[in-house]
Design a protein around this ligand. Structure first.
Ligand code: GUN
Length: 296
């Protein structure tokens, strides 16, 4: 087996062009420019580069973005006050607080402060609850991007066994939910593995669709993959590489070289899920802007 690569960059470019067209039409019809408020606390280089990519994508889609970057010592109250300011700012339809936040700031308190109608990350308890019971909501961007990739690649999920490695609120839990829900791109039988799982390989080898969001390079190797499985690698890890100008390279959670010999379809890192996450953020921000003209 030699896996075909699932090109997230190409799919993201197509979807972003479509979103840009819809942004232009919304502006023309209503005068509303969809706007995203982005808050970044601290100087984590990976977070900083994600935020830069999100702002660039907004500009390319014709959206407004307001970028607030503050030092790691910023207090929780200052962050809450920023969020509240964006909640009340009519130019901003979606708010993104880049996670993780510095340790002295309570993430739950900050997420809870985001107005649910501007929660384009889909992280507030109201949004998560709505998703769980199948009500209209903002779907979290990375999990939604994963489902879009599977759909666009024509991967059948219904009736198949999907194994998710990782149980984070951002990816593992919501992607497991989307894969199991009774909807297009769902209806799979889902197993969730995590750091408490004994004999991870025994589970991953049963997967028709394997989604890996563990946050560690090499979590899954080719011998842990059922021949012909579809493998979605959500990991983005920086590993030192002196041959690179910036001193590192990006790798996923899946060992790419061995996985491509076992899988039928595999997402590369970079250029797989990453560009889709940002695309779904643009999609949600456009949706949030549209909802304001429909009266919420
Ligand atoms: N950190 C890693 N992924 C994400 C994401 O999708 N949204 C936010 N806000 N922070 C993140």
């Amino acid at each position: 087996m030699h896996a075909k690569l699932l090109d997230g960059k190409q799919l993201a470019a197509e979807m972003r062009a479509d979103i840009a067209g819809q942004v232009a039409a919304l502006k023309k019809q209503t005068g509303i420019t969809p706007g995203l408020g982005v808050i970044l606390i601290g100087d984590d280089p990976a977070s900083s580069s994600y935020v830069t990519a999100k702002e660039k994508a907004c500009a390319e889609a014709g959206m407004f973005s307001q970028d607030v970057r503050l030092p790691a010592g910023t207090t929780q109250e200052e962050v809450l006050s920023l969020v509240r300011g964006m909640n009340g700012d009519p130019r901003i339809h979606g708010i993104l607080v880049q996670l993780p936040l510095p340790k002295h700031i309570c993430e739950a308190a900050v997420i809870n402060a985001i107005a649910p109608e501007k929660d384009v990350d889909g992280f507030t308890p109201l949004n998560v609850g709505r998703m769980m019971i199948g009500e209209s909501c903002f779907l979290p961007c990375t999990p939604h991007g994963v489902i879009q990739m599977l759909l666009k690649a024509g991967v059948q999920t219904s009736g198949r066994h999907a194994v998710v490695v990782g149980r984070s609120n951002i990816v593992g839990k919501p992607v497991a939910h989307l894969l199991m829900r009774k909807a297009e791109g769902g209806n799979a039988t889902v197993t969730v593995c995590h750091t408490g799982t004994r004999d991870l390989a025994a589970f991953t080898r049963q997967a028709d669709i394997l989604v890996v969001a563990a946050g560690h390079p090499g979590t899954v190797t080719g011998d842990m993959i059922k021949p012909g499985a579809v493998v979605i690698d959500v990991g983005v890890n920086r590993v030192p590489d002196s041959s690179k100008r910036n001193g590192f390279r990006l790798v996923g959670d899946v060992d790419f070289d061995s996985a491509k010999e076992a899988a039928s379809l595999l997402t590369p890192v970079p250029g797989g899920v990453g560009p889709m996450t940002i695309t779904m953020l643009l999609y949600n921000t456009l949706d949030a802007a549209r909802r304001t003209c429909e009266g919420g």
